[in-house]
Each structure stands twice: as structure tokens, then as C-alpha cells.
Write a protein that binds this ligand. Sequence first.
Ligand code: ARG
Length: 588
Amino acid sequence: MKTLLDLISIEMREAFRSAGYDEELAKVTLSNRPDLCEYQCNGAMAGAKKYKKAPFMIAEEVVAGLKDSACFESAEVVKPGFINLKLAPEYVARYLNDMAKEEKLGVEEEENPRTVIIDYGGPNVAKPLHVGHLRSAIIGESVKRIMRYKGNKVIGDIHLGDWGYQMGLIITELKKRRPDLPYFDESFEGEYPKEAPFTISELEEIYPTASAYAKEHEDYREEALHATYLLQNGYRGYRAIWNHIMNVSVTDLKKNYEKLNVEFDLWKGEADAQQYIRDMVERLKSEGYARYDEGALVVDVQEETDNKEVPPCMILKSDGAALYDTTDLATLVEREQDYHPDEVIYVVDKRQELHFIQVFRCAKKTGIVRPETELKFLGFGTMNGKDGKPFKTREGGVMRLENLIREIDEEMYKKIIDNRTVEEEDAKKTAETVGLAAIKYGDLSNQASKDYIFDVDRFTSFEGNTGPYILYTIVRIKSILNKYTENGGSLENICITPAADAYEKSLMLQVLKFNDVINTVYSETAPHKICAYIYELANEFNKFYHETKILSEEDEEKKAGYIALLVLAKRVLETCIDLLGFEAPERM
Ligand code: ARG
């Protein structure tokens, strides 16, 4: 379905053309003075020079041609030559009714769907999830849903950090504590136990203990590095421990991500890419892309137009070990082989930007990906505390994700209990639903690349630009619709009728922007624009609600028209929050 802006533009182009002017002038935009008009066209101003004519005269001629248009209620020329447009209420109602008939509310799917891989989440196995991983999960999930809504084939990959030094540390600490385990017996040839020798809470204690110890004890550190080396070279016993670490951690991670309403299609990680490294390195060498620099194997990625130094991509360290660059390149080899993606989007902390510039350049230059494959870095800013410094616990430690969520849920629970609209036993579940919206909306309403302040009080407020406010609005609509059906009204076969007043019309104009907004959000990969849109939509709805007697309206057709508009507004809001990755409760 064409967006309303497209439809008005067609109308205006026709008017310019038949008045004898270039139709390129007919650009229509949303009005920046909603008190005066709804849309505006400044084309006559732009045309004045070309046609050596007063803009006012051009505008008058164009407007004369709009007299019979069904689109506009009024088209007015304002000095020196602006054209102010107001849509005809019948036209708006018809558009909304058409929109309501569409499964995707007028959003058109991509004609040529693309295969897109989204690399997000990126937790490090055996280390607890912390708030730094929160943003990647929240933003990545939303981007995934938006791309999918537009009809693309989208694959979300968690890309676990599961191959590094932290694994060597855990193995070393385990060996210190339980040297008797068969994994450490070199002569052991039997089958290793199925059961892991630790639980998730033990694992989460083992890692920081080992990490701290290694910082103080050089020989222990050496041992951990060696264990990492043995693991990476396929040593059987360590590989078995690695499997245990993975099983235990992944089970725990799945639980955590489920709570966040974040779902990955692939649970691959750095370890999966290892098998592609050898061939890749050989090719980079034999085809002359790689060179040795002080023993390390590197690929130059500096370009002439750079005004800053971009260091070479590091393929192998002088001891032959693979690095972060290597893993990401090998992962692209794997992705190309398995999925042949048209685009790969990385949702990662913006401080890693240089790494991705190097990897992308190297992948393009060496043909790891096709020239037309789009590699995109979606770098996000830091989540700060109220003091403007990276978010910490009250004691100054790294805040664990679980605790942060608990804190928000407790705050929400208090508010929901105070409201007394939810039964005691449902309050906990409702608090979780609203709490998640508070966190996600608080994050997504900011442009991803910017730092933002995580403010529990503000995010959990039912008023202002917050998740709970949006949910509150949806709940309010649901309750009106419920009352309507309880009193015998039907939600089937009702039709939106032309706006009766300015409040209703404003609400309508906001609802019908949906497809336009989604197209922009999609092309700019900008979920924050969904937030801005639904905040305005919620405001328009609430103004309408306060000014209008909806359920007590006596004219049944008019009442049904209001209800039909509410049904559509609710669908738009619910679709939007689904794209953001959260949902609304029945009551709150
Ligand atoms: N595990 C990494 C970290 O915690 C993030 C991984 C990002 N994705 C990637 N393909 N490098 O910093």
C-alpha cells in the first residue's frame, strides 16, 4: 500500500505538471506548523527563480488545479508562496479503513528479500552477563524484528565468546581444585563423565577467582595460557571440559535471554569458526594478501583516503595463535559458505569500531565476502549511571544483568500494587512485563550510537516518554474495547468514519503515518524512531480520550467509528512494541 505521503505527492505532481511547472518541485512534507496545516509544499518557492515568476503566482496556479482533488479539504496559498494542505476527513477515513484490511497495516515487504545475518548479544561464556551485553541484545533483537517485518530472511546469531583465555583459566583452576578428575589424567582413554563437574554458580565463582589469581601469579597465568593453547589444539580432556562449560553456560544464558524476550536463531560462537582458519590463512598467504611483520602475519588495510592510521589486520600472532580479527574473518568464511548473506550487521559496543573497520576491509579486499555483500557496524554507546559514568552497582562493582532486571521489576511491582488494578497473584508477572518494557524502551528511545543514562525512576514512570506510559495507553484502549464488547458491541464489520473534530483527526493523522515511519526506521536502521512515533501516537490518543465521550456516545455509527479507530490504533501500537521486542499486559 502506498504511504499517504506518496499519495499526496502524486496528487501534487499532477497539479504542478498541469499548471506547466516541473513536477520535481512538488515535494510534500509533514507540516512543521501543525496549528496551520497538516502537510505543506514549498515547491513554488523553489520554482520562482527557474520560471522568473513570483512564487505566490505559481502557488495560486497549482492550487487552482487541486480544486477537484478528493485528497484535500483545503489547499491554501500563504505568502510568499507556501502551499498549506489539509486532508479531507473522508479521504483519511478511507485510507485508514484500507490500512485496517492489511495484515501488515500498509507496510510493503521488500520486493527482493535479502538474507541478513545479525551478529548480536555476543556474551562471553562462563562470565556472567553484565549490562554491557544488554544493549547489544536489546538493539539487535529490535533490528532483527524490523528487518524481518519488511520481508527479509533474517538470521540472528549470538556469536558467543567461547574460545578465549577465560576457558584456559577455568581449566587451570579446576585442575588445582580437583586434580583427580579424569580430564587431567593424560593416560585416561575411557569415556569422560556426562555430568559436568560444576554448576553454573560454581562456574561463575571459578572464573573470577582464577582471573584474579592469575593477575598475581605469573606461573598460574602461564599455565592458563598453556591450557588455552592445548584446548585450541584439540587436547581431548580439555575439549571435554570445554563441552561441560558450554552446556552449563548456554543453559543459563538461554534462561536469561528468554527473560529478555530475545531469541537467537543460531547459537554459534568463536569456537565454531576455528576450523576455517587454516585454509583461510593459507589462501591469504598464497594469494599474496598477507605479509609477515615482526613475526606476526598481517594484512594491510590502510587506504589512501584515510586521514588517520588504520593498523593492519592481525591474522596470526608471532607464536601462531589466532586473534579476535582472525576469528571474525573465519566466521565470515563460515557465514558465506552456509548462508551466502547479502548483509551482515554487527551490533557491538562502538568502542570496537576500529576492529570492525579492519575486519571489513580485509574481508572485502581478500574476497572472503563478495564485493556486493554489505558489512555494517551498528556501534552503540555506553549505558551510564546517573553520575554520568558507566553503570555500576551501589558498591561500585559491575552490575549483573539479572540484578538490574530484578531491581526494575521490584520497582514496577510496588507501583502496580499501589494502582490496585491487578490481582495480587498477577502482580509479579505484570511487573515483569512492564519492567522489561521500561528497560527496553529506556534503551531504544535513544539513538543507538549515543551514550545514555540508565535512570530507574524515570524509566519506570507511568508518565512521560517511557515504556510503561506506552503500555498504559495500550491497556487503556484494551479496557475501552472490552467494555464495548461487554455491552454487546461487536468489533467485526465496523468502519472508521470521517473525523468529527480536531482531536479525532489528529489521532487519525498520527495512525496513518505508520507505514511511512516503518520505512524510515528500516532504511535507517533506527529503532528509536519507532519510539518517537508511538510516544506521539500515545499522546494523541490520550488527548482524544480526554476530550471525547467514547462509550457514552449516543450515535451508534459514530461510536462504532471511534471503536474502529481504537482497534486500529491498538494494532499499530502493538505492532510497534513487538518490533521493539516487548509486549503489553491486559491490565496494569
Ligand atoms: N564477545 C565480544 C565482547 O564481549 C562481543 C562479540 C561481538 N561480535 C563479534 N562478531 N565480534 O566484547
